[in-house]
Ligand binder design. Structure first.
Ligand SMILES: *[C@@H]1O[C@H](CO)[C@@H](O)[C@H](O)[C@H]1NC(C)=O
Ligand SMILES: *[C@@H]1O[C@H](CO)[C@@H](O)[C@H](O)[C@H]1NC(C)=O
Ligand SMILES: *[C@@H]1O[C@H](CO)[C@@H](O)[C@H](O)[C@H]1NC(C)=O
Length: 403
């Protein structure tokens, strides 16, 4: 994760000297500003960069420059003859602010200062903040990866244009090895050993963090993307109004749901037929309103709901696919499979092999067993939560909440 700092911090001593000098120039300049405009507060100071292009106030706090912001403030206030230093911090009596419509916990702040949402945009350590971003990615793609799959991920990432922020979640602790790929420098790397895609998603993709992205791809590492282009995919998703989607799967190894199998003759499909008796209601999974959890794509709004449904302890996410429909309405129209941009599921037992070997059992067996247990636990929690809700409302639950 250290990439943004690599070029910035380890300075040679003579460079440090130069920084101190320019900082000092900044201090003196600030003093004259203060003298000429006594009511101006530090927060409003706006140095014209064209006059002093080398002044960089971020270094004031840089321990390598040897000058803390407190030292700067002391210097300033003695220069200015003991004026009340609190004017550098506050202009108003802040006990008088209480805004109940602010985000919870931030009621004491004036609304205009609140940055309630964030992003993954990488910024520079210098220059004008407003000029940091040459491109503001509108979409986000995350892959949960081990280094063994690097060839596959390299191929996959190349299918996503510069309009995508790339986030890699590393489950094998190997992050620096990815530097061999040029794109790795503009990716965000998050490392936590032996965790699953949904564990990372719950912790690092809070809806307020990913709010600037129109669509969020939360993908496995073992997908073949030869016949996939992300920009084209998004065009189709917009055109057909899909809030939750996945690319069609090449039916190569039998064990796939009918719903997620690619169709050769359409752009998108939203309903399917399954084996007789599997769907008593044609509008619910697995015949409609359903995508799998290996390569889902969420709109901003649907993710805001789905994130809340992910359980902190049920890390494999099994059963989530059958419940996605609870987040969009009508689900059988807004959940679908994109046929003309399709992928191949290569079924590499990647995370499975990260399990714990026990006597007489391969690591993946314990992982698989837990997946099944989690599925039942998730389903029970959902059923109980719905029951509790309808009881509290004094209503009978609607008929088909199962699945
Ligand atoms: C701020 O305002 C409150 C209420 O008007 C007052 O009680 C308090 O003394 C003021 N604090 C300061 C530091 O002026
Ligand atoms: C990125 O987005 C812009 C704006 O929507 C679009 O014009 C451009 O073609 C996109 N880039 C690619 C590679 O598709
Ligand atoms: C629920 O099922 C019962 C009997 O199975 C049926 O009479 C009733 O109309 C159903 N209600 C709804 C809302 O579908």
């Amino acid at each position: 994760m250290g990439t943004p700092f690599r070029s910035g911090i380890l300075r040679k001593p003579n460079e440090t000297m130069r920084l101190m000098v320019t900082t000092f120039v900044g201090v003196v300049f600030g003093f004259f500003l203060g003298v000429s405009f006594p009511t101006l507060t530090l927060t409003k100071m706006n140095l014209p960069t064209s006059l002093f292009p080398s002044i960089d106030l971020t270094y004031i706090e840089d321990k390598y420059a040897g000058l803390s912001s407190q030292a700067l403030l002391n210097a300033l206030s003695s220069l200015k003859g003991n004026r009340d230093t609190s004017t550098y911090f506050y202009r108003y009596n802040d006990t008088e602010i209480w805004v109940p419509t602010n985000p919870r916990g931030a009621e004491r702040l004036p609304p205009n200062i609140i940055a309630a949402e964030s992003d993954f945009f990488l910024r520079r350590l210098w220059g004008q903040p407003s000029e940091d971003l040459t491109i503001k990615p509108k979409y986000l793609v995350t892959f949960t990866v081990g280094y063994d799959q690097m060839k596959n991920i390299d191929a996959a990432v190349k299918k996503f244009s510069e309009n995508f922020t790339i986030v890699l979640f590393h489950y094998d602790d190997r992050t620096s090895e990815w530097d061999e790929f040029e794109w790795s420098r503009r990716a965000i790397h998050v490392s936590a050993r032996k965790q699953t895609k949904w564990w990372y998603a719950k912790r690092f993709l809070h809806p307020d963090i990913v709010a600037p992205y129109d669509y969020i791809f939360i993908w496995d590492e073992d997908l073949g993307v030869e016949h996939f282009d992300a920009e084209e995919y998004i065009k189709l998703v917009r055109k057909h109004g899909l809030e939750i989607s996945q690319p069609g799967l090449e039916p190569n190894n039998g064990l796939t749901w009918q719903m997620t199998k690619r169709r050769g003759d359409s752009e998108v499909h939203k309903v399917t037929e399954e084996r007789p008796g599997w769907c008593n209601n044609p509008h619910v999974p697995p015949c409609a309103a359903f995508v799998e959890i290996m390569a889902p794509v969420f709109s901003r709004d649907s993710w805001r709901c789905v994130w809340h449904m992910i359980q902190n302890d049920l890390v494999h996410g099994w059963g989530l696919d059958f419940a996605l429909r609870k987040c969009v309405e009508p689900a059988h129209e807004k959940i679908g499979v994109v046929d003309s941009q399709w992928i191949v599921h290569q079924s590499v037992p990647s995370l499975g092999s990260q399990g714990q070997a026990e006597i007489g059992r391969a690591p993946w067996e314990g992982v698989r067993e837990r997946c099944g247990k989690e599925w039942i636990m998730f389903r029970d929690r959902m059923v109980n939560a719905e029951k509790a809700y309808f009881e509290a409302m004094g209503k009978d639950p609607p008929n088909s909440t199962a699945h």
